[in-house]
Design a protein around this ligand. Sequence first.
Ligand code: SF4
Length: 286
Amino acid sequence: MSKLKVAELFYSIQGEGRYMGVPSIFLRTFGCNFKCQGFGMPRGELSNEVEVIAERIADFKTYEELPLVSTGCDSYASWDPRFKHLSPMLDTSAVADAICDILPHKTWKDEHLVITCGEPLLGWQRAYPDLLDHPKMTGLREITFETNGTQELSTEFAQYLKDWPWQHKDGFTREITFSVSAKLPCSGEKWEEAIRPEVVKSYQDIGAHVYLKFVIATEQDFADAECAIGAFREGGFKGHVYLMPVGGVESVYALNNRRVAELAMKNGLRYSDRLQVPLFKNEWGT
Ligand code: SF4
């Protein structure tokens, strides 16, 4: 049976993107190909908040005890190797059991499954078929992969998704979504590594619903997003585009959410909130 290294597994409201407001199980797998140390920093500078936390690693016995950060990646503990001992390796049957345990009715109703980052399309692609085929997952209708859009699907996983029973035997239509949070220069990552139109197009080609989501703090970020949107469209991307305010903490989020909403309206793009920030203060497990 396949195994997954699980950074977090929790039940909450999806705060971002297409399924904003939908009760959702979040499965956060361990590992990412980026660091995104530029978020919330002046352009060209990198956050060192995680370095400071890592120096005190012995103080933290569980994932939930780790401090939240206001700059850099707010999911740092889900990929930084210095925190990997806090994320257990579980077989897919144990993950399916744990999911059903935290569903309010112990079985799927109208909840949605979010497989999120770190970057969930790294090596764990080989384990998802085992998980999704588990008998406890049969009532599941909708899945979102929250990805940075840089990882190609393996031939086997792409075929698995194409063959997935999109029409459930009980008559309802099932959906797979790729929520692609492509990283702009404000993340601190390199454009040529972060903006991969051919990869995003390949998600679309398996019949999934694919949308782009850009984190915006400044006018420059929006100018970068426009360039990226152009590149994705040229590469054949046909989905919706969301602008989302920067801010894993409420003070930062509240500074620019209205401005980003107005920018989205002015440019005919969609606005994504971050409901988890005002509702739950973006704490672990939300
Ligand atoms: S891609 Fe996502 S999880 Fe990875 S470092 Fe960037 S923000 Fe964090």
